[in-house]
Design a protein around this ligand. Sequence first.
Ligand SMILES: [Zn+2]
Length: 166
Amino acid sequence: MSQCEMCGKAAGTRRHLVEGNVMELGTCCARFGTPMDAPAATGSPAAMAQGLERRATRMTSKNIYQEPDLDFVEDFGRRIQVGRTNLGITKEDLGTKVHARVPELNKFEAGQLRPTHQQARALERELKITLLEAVAAAPASATAKKGPKGTGLTIGDILKDALGKE
Ligand SMILES: [Zn+2]
């Protein structure tokens, strides 16, 4: 049984909006807030809060929280290919070591797909190469030429995108 956040009584609670804050309220205190799980009237503060909450959920589900100050070197694909060829190991073997499937490795080496940072770290270790480098605060023009489409999105980009659609 959850606890009413207003009075502390153990009760079946529901999410309510109370003066802009989301609180779990029991029926004891439900009158102080607006229920969040029921559709709120359009344009009401509760409806806006529900929208924000949904958006926040969407945003955190993507892997946008990678190490923010690191970016892939431009020729990361070639470096992976050269590194692997130098070691004389197959993609199958490399894939096992860095937890990537061969089709993925093909795309990495072609520069069509970026490894996850975890995979990149493993590739760097296995192949003794550098794939990620620290990025200095870059001017906007430098951010624009960030590799394949759909990658390199910043939280700012996503926010801008989300807000633009409203
Ligand atoms: Zn209560």
